[in-house]
Design a protein around this ligand. Structure first.
Ligand SMILES: NC(=O)c1ccc[n+]([C@@H]2O[C@H](COP(=O)([O-])OP(=O)(O)OC[C@H]3O[C@@H](n4cnc5c(N)ncnc54)[C@H](O)[C@@H]3O)[C@@H](O)[C@H]2O)c1
Length: 352
C-alpha cells in the first residue's frame, strides 16, 4: 500500500509542465473524491490538481481506438514531449487505455497507474499489458510496456459497488488457484467475510513473480490467463449483445466473466487432467452464491465457441488452446481443447 509521498517523489523527477493526468470521470464526479473525505485521496487530489487533466468515461464500450486518440490528442494539444509522464487514475479500463496511449505516444512516454477498483489494484494495473478492444474482440490491439509505478490507495475501495468488488475478487480467486491450496481456501474464507482488501497483496505477489520471469508472455506468463479463454468470449458476447442489463455498465463485468471462465476451466481440467472434482464443486458454489448465473441461453454456446477461436492466445488457426489446472498451484499451459469438450463444459456452466 502506498502513500502520497511515493507519488510526489515520482512526480518530482519530471518537469511539472510535462505531467498529465487521465482520470475516470466517475471519480471526478464522485462526492467523496470532491469532498476529499479521505486524507490520502485528498492529498492525491492536491498533488495532481495542477496538471492538465483529461476525464474519460470508463465503459467497456468506450475501450476503443477513438478513446486512445482522445488521449493522444490531449497529449499533443498540451505539447507533451518524450519526457512527459502520464498518470492514469481509474480502473482497468483507464489503466489499459492510458497505458496504451503512453506506450505509443512518440514511441513511448512514462506512465504511472493509480488503480481505483479492486480488479485494477489486484491485477489490471500491474504487469504492463495495455490495449483496447477492436472489432468486438477484447484487448486484441495492445502492447506490453511496464508502468513506471503502480500506487495503491485502498480508500478508493470505499466508494466501489459490491458488484465491482466481486468483479475484482474473481482475479484474486484465480491467483489463489495458481498459488496453493492454503492460499486458495484462505481467499475463499475472506470472501465469506466480505474482506476483499487482504487478497490484493496475494494477487500482486503472484502476478509480479510471474511477470518478472516472463514479462513478454513467451511461456510462464500464460498461466495468468487461467479462466480467461472462456471468460473473454463470455465478456465479448456480453458487449456484442449488451446482454447484461442486470449489471451497472450494461455488460458483464470483466471479473464476472473470469469467474464463469474459471468454472468452465475447472470442469475441463477435471475431465482432461483429473483435477479434483471438489474444486469444480467449490467454484460452482462460489459462482451461484455470489456471482449468479450467466445471462445467456443455450443458443449462445456456439457463438461463445466461435469467439474462442478468435482468442489472441491461440497460436494456430482452427484450434483452441487454454490454460488448465492439474492441481491447485499446478497450471498447465497450451492445452488444446476440442469443441465437444468445450460444449460439455458450457452445458455444465448453464446447468448450475
Ligand atoms: N492489463 C491487464 O493486465 C488487465 C487485467 C485484467 C483486466 N484488464 C481490463 O480491465 C478492465 C476491467 O477493469 P475494472 O473492473 O477496473 O473496470 P473499470 O475501469 O470499468 O471500472 C469499473 C467501474 O467502476 C467505476 N469506478 C472506478 N473506480 C471507482 C471507485 N473508486 N469508486 C466507485 N466507482 C469506481 C468505473 O467508473 C466503472 O464504472 C477490462 O477492460 C479488462 O480487460 C486488464
Amino acid at each position: 500500500m502506498n502513500n502520497c509521498s511515493d507519488l510526489s517523489l515520482i512526480v518530482s523527477q519530471y518537469d511539472p509542465r510535462q505531467v498529465f493526468v487521465v482520470i475516470d470521470s466517475a471519480l471526478e464526479l464522485c462526492p467523496d473524491y470532491k469532498n476529499q473525505n479521505y486524507s490520502d485521496i485528498s492529498e492525491l487530489v492536491n498533488i495532481t490538481s495542477g496538471f492538465p487533466t483529461l476525464c474519460l468515461q470508463a465503459k467497456e464500450m468506450n475501450k476503443t481506438l477513438k478513446t486512445v486518440e482522445q488521449i493522444w490528442n490531449f497529449l499533443f494539444d498540451n505539447h507533451a514531449t518524450r519526457k512527459a509522464l502520464l498518470i492514469n487514475i481509474g480502473g482497468g479500463i483507464i489503466c489499459d487505455l492510458g497505458g496504451f496511449a503512453a506506450a505509443t505516444y512518440k514511441r513511448g512516454i512514462d506512465y504511472v497507474n493509480i488503480p481505483t477498483t479492486l480488479l485494477s489494484m489486484s491485477d489490471a494495473a500491474w504487469g504492463g499489458k495495455t490495449g483496447f478492444n477492436y472489432r468486438g474482440m477484447k484487448n486484441v490491439i495492445g502492447i506490453i510496456r511496464q508502468p513506471k509505478a503502480t500506487l495503491i490507495f485502498p480508500s478508493w475501495l470505499d466508494t466501489l459497488s459490491e458488484q465491482e468488488k466481486l468483479s475484482g475478487y474473481a482475479e484474486i480467486i484465480k491467483c489463489g488457484l495458481l498459488k496453493d491450496s492454503t492460499t486458495f481456501h484462505t481467499i475463499l474464507r475472506a470472501l465469506e467475510d466480505r474482506d476483499y482488501e487482504n487478497g490484493i497483496a496475494v494477487a500482486v505477489e503472484v502476478k509480479q513473480s510471474v511477470v518478472r520471469e516472463d514479462p513478454n508472455e513467451q511461456s510462464l506468463r500464460k498461466v495468468l490467463n487461467l479462466g480467461h479463454s472462456v471468460g473473454h468470449a463470455i465478456e465479448e458476447l456480453g458487449i456484442r449483445n449488451a446482454s447484461g442489463a442486470k449489471y451497472t455498465q450494461g455488460v458483464i463485468p470483466h471479473g464476472y466473466a473470469v469467474l464463469y471462465g474459471l468454472v468452465a476451466m475447472a470442469y475441463l481440467s477435471h475431465i482432461l487432467l483429473g483435477l479434483d472434482r471438489r474444486i469444480v464443486t467449490t467454484l460452482s458454489h462460489i459462482m451461484v452464491e455470489y456471482y449468479g448465473r450467466m445471462p445467456f441461453q443455450c443458443k449462445d454456446y456456439k457463438e461463445i465457441i466461435n469467439l474462442m477461436y478468435c482468442d489472441k492466445k491461440n497460436e494456430h488457426e482452427g484450434e483452441i488452446r487454454m490454460v488448465l489446472l492439474r492441481h491447485i498451484g499446478e497450471p498447465v499451459t497450451d492445452q488444446i481443447v476440442h469443441e465437444e469438450e468445450l460444449m460439455e463444459s458450457l452445458e455444465y456452466l448453464f446447468s448450475l
